[in-house]
Design a protein around this ligand. Sequence first.
Ligand SMILES: CCCCCCCC/C=C\CCCCCCCCCCCCC/C=C/C(=O)SCCNC(=O)CCNC(=O)[C@H](O)C(C)(C)COP(=O)(O)OP(=O)(O)OC[C@H]1O[C@@H](n2cnc3c(N)ncnc32)[C@H](O)[C@@H]1OP(=O)(O)O
Ligand SMILES: Cc1cc2nc3c(=O)[nH]c(=O)nc-3n(C[C@H](O)[C@H](O)[C@H](O)COP(=O)(O)OP(=O)(O)OC[C@H]3O[C@@H](n4cnc5c(N)ncnc54)[C@H](O)[C@@H]3O)c2cc1C
Length: 666
Amino acid sequence: MEAEAAVDYLVDERSKAQFDIDAMKIIWAGGKHEFEVSDRMARLVASDPVFRKDNRAILDRKELFKNTLRKAAHAWKRIIELRLSEQEASKLRFFVDEPAYTDLHWGMFIPVIKGQGTEEQRKKWLPMAYRMQIIGCYAQTELGHGSNVQGLETTATFDPELDEFVIHSPTLTSSKWWPGGLGRASTHAVVFARLITDGKDHGINGFIVQLRSLDDHLPLPGIIIGDIGMKFGNGAYNTMDNGFLRFDHVRIPRDQMLMRVKQVTREGKVVQSDVPWQLLYGTMVYVRQTIVADASCALSRAVCIATRYSAVRRQFGSQNGHETQVIDYRTQQSRLFPLLASAYAFRFVGEWLKWLYMDVTQRLQARDFSTLPEAHACTAGLKSLTTSVTADAIEECRKLCGGHGYLCSSGLPELFAVYVPACTYEGDNIVLLLQVARFLMKTVSQLGSGERPVGTTTYLLRLEHLLQCPCDVQGAEDWLKPDVVVQLFEARSARMTVACAKSLSKFSKPEDGFMDLSADLVSVATAHCQLIVVSKFVEKLQQDIPGEGVKQQLEALCSIYALSLLKKHLGDFLSTSCITSKQASLANDVLRSLYSQVRPNAIALVDAFNYTDHFLGSVLGRYDGNVYPKLYEEALKDPLNESVVPDGYHEYLQPVLKQRLRTARL
Ligand SMILES: CCCCCCCC/C=C\CCCCCCCCCCCCC/C=C/C(=O)SCCNC(=O)CCNC(=O)[C@H](O)C(C)(C)COP(=O)(O)OP(=O)(O)OC[C@H]1O[C@@H](n2cnc3c(N)ncnc32)[C@H](O)[C@@H]1OP(=O)(O)O
Ligand SMILES: Cc1cc2nc3c(=O)[nH]c(=O)nc-3n(C[C@H](O)[C@H](O)[C@H](O)COP(=O)(O)OP(=O)(O)OC[C@H]3O[C@@H](n4cnc5c(N)ncnc54)[C@H](O)[C@@H]3O)c2cc1C
């Protein structure tokens, strides 16, 4: 092959940018300090050979898992040696880019003890967990029930004589099934089980249970445990040991029941504390919030690959003697740029959701529980919306890269396989949207009773106006006015919510209405969540945005985000009479001109994500655009190319070929 020239094939593209890219990098990272930490951690990981990840697709399961254990141990060593802060450590984990048992230990086991344990329990368990002297997981889902948490079957029966709980799996379907880190690594779990005292069932609660010996890692008596097997895709989520777990009358001391929400006294009396019982679901609220922030990362990564490759790839036509860059096709732009805009939109809504979560946490500490329902609805709804869009977008980016997108070396197949379960874990996306719809229906039904909607539902206070206001678009330029767009999204959501509430009121039993109208309720919830994302993008632009041209780029992306949603859900907007068909047609014209505005900035807008080539893991998304020689290099690394004649030739190919010769002679 020809010697490789050190050329940046995207240099011309970069020179077209009309904004200060360094300023945009800081906006994307969420601040100067955040940018600096992220940049440093990305480089640290990229330069460390232990964190190599280009061989994941070809390792067998055992090698893959052992390799993950090695990486996790090495990461932990580096974290201690370099005295990394929590923020730095979590960035380091992000750039290592490999699902591992440590995610559940840090992301769920520690938070569940923090959120549902008493002061005493936190003092006892957290120091060991922080030092990783114990490794924990979150064992809620069972073979028979995941979404329906109240339907879990594992029992925790109090034995007052010995002051212990007996944890038991009474049926096959009560086996814990799915918890990450459970299969091989965890020594402990927070197990969700039915609390039974004196023959009475008090519902679900969390219990800290030791699973494996801290000396030799063997399962403790009465514990049957293992990995649930290979999951979708090679490499991908198979670095994680999702596990099964059965209990045969396993005894734990009474003080291992997490007692912030409910307590069991020495005599076996159950005392409900004054915090809402829904705090039992609090860890899920926390993780859903992190999943929204993560969606913008996965989406931006796929978009970065597809955008760079679309600028490198040429097919047909002629531009100054060259074939056309595929990024210049309007169809490519209309598929790609809304995804680029969504990446930025999800970034900003993720920042806002983090703030909302911190706010609700502080209020809970001060015993103000009033914003909990809204925090639940926002985290559930936005988790659902952003993960569904991101999963579909990764697949769209694969298609945007044509045939080469299907190669593992494009980075997209693995990204897709790792990402799609986000639509299911931490709550199936449809089940979560139904929670949002329930919250909206409740909010609307309480409007007459003087209960004031709060936070993201405040717009429902202007219900009368929103139900009849015409859309304020006369000319195409009106579509660029943020207040016009926000009001339109409010009107669509309000009208769909009220229409559904009216249909529900016709049922004598509300549960029957919820069953019958569930598909419409999901559409209502989606409309409400899209309104939140649009509004938070608009609010972000009302802040001080430093850097030449940065605000203008973000304004264009915000309009693309909103108008492409309008185009996609035109049926909603037309059927609720929120807009006319003439206005819809104007919106389409504006979108085309916005795509032209973004086009020269596209490469710089994805460079602003500041992803290293190591993190992207994609030949197509390389920073220098040097795609073709690298595709060859990657192909030649495949084990199939290790020998010129394949293994199996003599046994299976040659005889067939010879037989064909004989047949031919006949
Ligand atoms: C190799 C490298 C290693 C590097 C290592 C380096 C070291 C590391 C250092 C640092 C690293 C940090 C790393 C951190 C990484 C973090 C990553 C985190 C990864 C996460 C991975 C995820 C894995 C997946 C986990 C799971 O899936 S856990 C299981 C999740 N399960 C669910 O989500 C179940 C879904 N079901 C439900 O939530 C509920 O059952 C329901 C659907 C809501 C129904 O509940 P039910 O009570 O039956 O229903 P209702 O009657 O509808 O509701 C009653 C009432 O409650 C309200 N409600 C419901 N939910 C909530 C809630 N969550 N909060 C508040 N309120 C709630 C609901 O609105 C109702 O209210 P009303 O009565 O008022 O209407
Ligand atoms: C990769 C991965 C990692 C996981 N990690 C963990 C973990 O660490 N710990 C843990 O405890 N769990 C974990 N889980 C389990 C996960 O939380 C559950 O799978 C998830 O909550 C969905 O529940 P389910 O499997 O019961 O789905 P089901 O509820 O059985 O869903 C099946 C179908 O039924 C539909 N459906 C269900 N209920 C309704 C309804 N009321 N109305 C309309 N449609 C409905 C759903 O939309 C879906 O289409 C993990 C799962 C995965 C895939």
